[in-house]
Design a binder for this molecule. Structure first.
Ligand SMILES: NC(=O)c1ccc[n+]([C@@H]2O[C@H](COP(=O)([O-])OP(=O)(O)OC[C@H]3O[C@@H](n4cnc5c(N)ncnc54)[C@H](O)[C@@H]3O)[C@@H](O)[C@H]2O)c1
Length: 418
């Protein structure tokens, strides 16, 4: 079997950590039990480009239980957990191509290694697999039924491909499921981003000024958790409605140019480019700490920072110091890559439980219905989304009310007034 991972001897640790994660993934476990019985994915080869974490191992295990052949590579050069990659190869016999810290050339070689398997379904996180397939391996497109996409940035890229007529098969936007974006993007990114910043710096957040760039689903999670740790949170936005929401949630809102000189910590979560520019870096306080938790590190103008820095050094793992011509030092965490995966372990398993149940059910849905779809980006069916929410609630030992017949009728009527 082909594979390229860091060290197979790490398998035992990966196996134990995956078991630990799996204990918090009851919904995905339910899906796996059914897949084991029904084998809905037999005959399907799935190419996955995901962060190689313990939760991903549980997803891969589920897809394999459903009968799929899977090939896996990383969706970010710094997000692979090498012990998990080893465990997937040795224990689950999955061809994995992922090494933490791989350079860009190896990253794309690994994507090509996944594509070599003539995949029928792509499972992407950020759309690099789909983009490579559509630009460099068009010969393989005829065998593809469809794909799924995990994150906001990927959906933006794929919608742009669809609008320009470049997309050659249907995509299910897993990110847009309510059981994904309201929980994974908000609570998952909220907690794990703070975790990554703390693990890499061991600095105190209480009493600090923490600037969150972007108040979308991820940004509001980080803002909420940073405030919970005692930081004074400033939000920067470009959307007036999101900005208003931030104000009414009690945060200060201002342009990044005004926030740059007063922040102690900065975190970008916009999906945009050059949100913090070279000019902003040079107006920051001595000792400012900058992280990104958006999908790509282009949110920070690292090139501009590198150009103006008079010296740079790695001062501790995942913390790089840049000395600026004005004598001030700024610190960039995890090379500007998503800090929750670079310096911590990504989202907690219990939120990935819902995201990856969506992934598994989206693949099953594509296998059943994909051939009838146009080359567009589709939302996950509402019944799948609601079923995941019901299962999650039940797994937490809770139940909720159901509409009575009278209530159902009333909610659909207009006749009854004051
Ligand atoms: N770290 C992770 O594990 C993780 C998890 C999920 C999503 N993501 C990524 O995080 C990013 C944000 O995702 P989201 O779901 O919150 O998206 P979103 O669309 O809900 O929010 C993005 C927000 O950023 C704002 N924005 C855009 N440009 C800006 C600028 N120049 N300055 C300030 N604000 C700006 C937008 O107005 C929007 O409100 C995406 O790249 C997504 O792929 C990361």
């Amino acid at each position: 079997m082909e594979y390229h991972v860091s060290d197979l001897k790490l398998c035992e640790t990966g196996l134990l950590r995956t078991e630990w994660a799996n204990q918090s993934m009851p919904v995905l476990n339910r899906v796996r039990e059914r897949f084991e019985r029904e084998k809905p994915l037999v005959g399907i080869t799935l190419g996955a480009c995901l962060h190689v974490t313990t939760e991903t191992a549980s997803l891969i295990h589920t897809l394999k239980a459903g009968g799929a052949e899977i090939r896996l590579c990383a969706s970010n050069p710094l997000s692979t957990q090498d012990d998990v990659a080893a465990c997937l190869v040795k224990e689950y016999e999955i061809p994995v191509f992922a090494i933490k810290g791989e350079d860009t050339t190896t990253y794309y070689q690994h994507i090509h290694s996944v594509l070599k398997g003539n995949v029928n379904i792509t499972m992407d996180d950020g759309a690099d697999l789909v983009a490579t397939l559509h630009s460099q391996r068009t010969d393989l497109l005829k065998g593809v039924i469809g794909g799924t996409e995990e994150t906001t940035t990927g959906i933006i890229r794929l919608r742009s491909m669809a609008e320009k007529g470049a997309l050659r098969y249907p995509i299910i936007a897993v990110n847009d499921a309510n059981t994904k974006r309201l929980f994974d993007n908000r609570y998952g990114t909220g907690q794990s981003t703070i975790d990554g910043i703390i693990r890499s710096t061991n600095r105190l957040l209480a009493g600090s000024t923490f600037v969150v760039c972007g108040y979308g689903m991820c940004g509001r999670g980080v803002a909420m958790r940073a405030r919970g740790m005692g930081a004074n949170v400033i939000v920067t936005e470009v959307d007036p409605i999101k900005a208003l929401e931030a104000v009414m949630n009690g945060f200060r809102v201002m342009p990044i140019a005004e926030a740059a000189p007063i922040g102690d910590f900065f975190c970008t979560l916009t999906g945009d480019i050059r949100v913090i520019t070279a000019e902003h870096f040079s107006s920051m306080k001595d000792g400012a700490i900058i992280a990104n938790s958006g999908h790509f590190n282009v949110e920070l103008d690292l090139e501009g920072l590198h150009k103006q820095a008079t010296s740079r050094r790695v001062i501790r793992e995942f913390v790089e110091e840049f000395l600026l011509p004005n004598g001030r030092r700024v610190y960039v965490l995890g090379e500007g890559r998503l800090i929750n995966l670079a310096a911590a372990e990504g989202h907690p398993s219990s939120v990935m439980d819902m995201s990856f149940a969506n992934q598994a059910l989206a693949v099953e849905y594509l296998v059943k219905k994909g051939k009838d779809f146009e080359h567009k980006v589709y939302r996950i069916p509402e019944e799948i989304d609601l079923e995941i929410a019901r299962l999650k609630i039940a797994s937490m030992g809770m139940s909720i009310d159901t509409l009575t017949d009278e209530q159902q009728k009333y909610m659909r009527s207009w006749e009854m007034g004051t």
